[in-house]
Design a protein around this ligand. Structure first.
Ligand code: 5RP
Length: 221
């Protein structure tokens, strides 16, 4: 039993004919996209906005019709994974580097459903490294200022020996705080820093959290 799969497939039950949907990014969102693809083949009529290039490719492979915000307006439902979820439904996202589009899509959705296996539930956010997306231009200064302000040690995310580059052409800085007692405090400090595009704290955004449990059950929180 794949816990990510049972959570993701449960979330797909919220999708009805005629809806516009946001498609998340990552290994849990994959199962939702796969299931939606099956339902589309069976006649479900939906249009989707993907949160990353990889999700766009998957949606095309599974035959899910795509749309744009210009055409769709506010989306009905977005289904996405998360790296950590606390008891207030605050999240850390961006392990896959898609946090900017994920946040935009979630913010413009009537219902944002988060799908996770139970290992993602935490009492306090902060063990998973918090990603911050920054403009490459003068990123060293941006990183220094973030580290000073937050008393942290953010470092560029690397991939194959090179700095990881997001779908938006930016860099990601990561740092594990251990615990983040006040996510809003960290958010406020990051929000007003020049050079920061977005960060992976999703505070007060999730409407529903669906959890795949090790005993094979699914909780809708
Ligand atoms: C990508 C994300 C993902 O939702 C998050 O990393 C969870 O991924 P997975 O479902 O593979 O564990 O935020 O940017």
């Amino acid at each position: 039993m794949n816990l990510k799969q049972i959570a993701a497939e449960k979330a797909v039950e919220w999708i009805k004919d005629g809806m516009t949907i946001g498609l998340g990014t990552g290994s849990t969102a994959f199962f939702a996209i796969q299931k939606i693809g099956e339902l589309v083949k069976a006649g479900l009529q939906v249009k989707a906005v993907p949160t990353s290039g990889s999700t766009e490719q998957l949606a095309r492979e599974f035959g899910i019709p795509l749309t744009t915000f210009a055409e769709a307006g506010k989306l009905d439902i977005t289904i996405d994974g998360a790296d950590e979820v606390d008891s207030q439904f605050n999240l850390i996202k961006g392990g896959g580097g898609a946090l900017l589009r994920e946040k935009i899509v979630a913010a413009h959705s009537k219902t944002f459903i988060v799908v996770v296996d139970e290992s993602k539930l935490v009492p306090t956010l902060g063990t998973f490294p918090l990603p911050v997306e920054v403009i490459p231009f003068a990123y060293e200064w941006t990183m220094e200022e973030i580290n000073e302000r937050l008393q942290a040690d953010f470092k560029p995310r690397m991939k194959d020996g090179q700095k990881f580059v997001t779908d938006n052409g930016n860099y990601i800085l990561d740092y594990s705080f251990g615990t983040i007692p006040s996510p809003t405090d960290v958010q406020e400090k990051l929000n007003c820093l020049t050079g920061v595009v977005e960060h992976g704290l999703f505070i007060d955004m999730a409407d529903i959290v669906i959890v795949g449990r090790a005993d094979g059950t699914v909780d809708v929180l």
